[in-house]
Design a protein around this ligand. Structure first.
Ligand SMILES: NC(=O)c1ccc[n+]([C@@H]2O[C@H](COP(=O)([O-])OP(=O)(O)OC[C@H]3O[C@@H](n4cnc5c(N)ncnc54)[C@H](OP(=O)(O)O)[C@@H]3O)[C@@H](O)[C@H]2O)c1
Length: 328
């Protein structure tokens, strides 16, 4: 099969279209003929050599989510059969013509969605569900601040939280990105390059703060995050792009009884991911079918143009997801 391989750690040019053997499935896995693969920021970190996949996952083929047609199922798989249209969360190996996935990490492609749209969903939707709703316990009627609202993660978080009854605030790096986030459903987007998000949240919540913050920035955002949380607020970290070591006023954590937590999805086991898949299918997939939540595909690239797709992601000029497509 053709696969996009990281030939060595480095810039986008190290991604090369190469021949590789087709994956061999285990009893609880399916083999997917990949029509589209999502691009996620962790793929960029993996390409640079900073984010190795867990043991057993392809070390040099990036790609955390795919959509396509099931062509083979393991002996223990009862849910799926050849011909089914699925999208799947995988630990690596998505940038390839064929990809294997544990059966519990597959979800049906809603009839109204294309393969590129479906491929844009798993990594971000699993991550948002796990961190905002499970770890962060966001409840209907509560408020969420999501940093990086125009990112792949951001567009999922804004739509899911809004659809499930929360007030959603977000930050983004330009006025155009802020308008995009508000059109998507955010109650208010703050351009963090021209305004202090802490002051913005204070004004928007009459000083009360928000119940949950989803943050991938870290670093110098920490003091502002702590000040922007309401009493009993929850801060959920999914990356620290501005730095892992932070300044933290523990007095404020105690006074407001805050919870600071975080997680990484990729290293979790199949049972953990399958449980998220069940929640998504029950609570979010009907909203995708009805059109209340939309996949946001900013641009698609042919698989051979993976380097261009990574360049676009690193430019941070995109809004939503970038997707690779495979010519059949
Ligand atoms: N923990 C997990 O399990 C998990 C899973 C998936 C993703 N993630 C993390 O979630 C984040 C978003 O992923 P994604 O795929 O949605 O990425 P993405 O679409 O590339 O979005 C990242 C956005 O973050 C903003 N940003 C702010 N500060 C930045 C900085 N210092 N460096 C780069 N970008 C910065 C940029 O928008 P502005 O113009 O608004 O600044 C950029 O568009 C990534 O950090 C990723 O590693 C974590």
């Amino acid at each position: 099969m053709k696969a996009i391989v990281i030939t060595q750690p480095g810039g986008p040019e190290v991604l090369q279209l190469t021949d590789r053997p087709k994956p061999v499935i285990a009893n609880d896995e399916v083999l997917i003929k990949v029509m589209a693969a999502g691009i996620n920021r962790p793929d960029v970190f993996q390409r640079k050599g900073n984010y190795p996949p867990p043991a057993g996952a392809p070390a040099d083929i990036p790609g955390l989510d795919v959509a396509g047609t099931v062509i083979e199922v393991g002996k223990a798989v009862t849910r799926w059969k050849p011909g089914d249209r699925v999208c799947a969360l995988v630990a690596s190996g998505g940038y390839a013509e064929y990809c294997k996935a544990p059966d519990g990490q597959c979800l049906p492609v809603p009839a109204s969605l294309s393969f590129p749209e479906a491929a844009s969903l798993p990594e971000t939707f699993f991550t948002v569900w796990s961190n905002v709703f499970d770890r962060g316990s966001l409840q209907p009627g509560e408020s969420l601040l999501v940093h990086g609202g125009s990112s792949g993660i951001g567009v999922a978080a804004i739509q899911m939280a809004k659809a499930l009854g929360s007030t959603v605030y977000t930050t983004a790096g330009s006025d155009d990105k802020c308008s995009f986030c508000e059109q998507l459903g955010a109650n208010k987007a703050i351009n963090y390059k021209t305004a202090d998000f802490k002051e913005g949240i204070k004004a928007l919540t009459n000083g009360a703060g928000v119940n949950v913050i989803l943050d991938m920035i870290g670093g110098d955002y920490m003091p502002g995050n702590i000040d922007s949380l309401a009493v009993e607020g929850r801060l959920v970290m999914i990356n620290a792009m501005n730095g892992r070591e932070v300044q933290l006023d523990l007095g404020k954590v105690m006074a407001k009884r805050l919870i600071i937590t975080g997680s990484m999805l990729r290293s979790r086991n199949t049972a953990f991911k399958a449980a998220i898949a069940q929640n998504l299918e029950q609570k979010i997939w009907p909203l995708l079918s009805s059109g209340k939540i939309r996949p946001i595909v900013y641009k698609t690239f042919d698989a051979g143009e993976a380097a261009e797709a990574h360049k676009l992601m690193e430019s941070s000029t995109h809004t939503g997801k970038i997707v690779l497509t495979f010519v059949q």
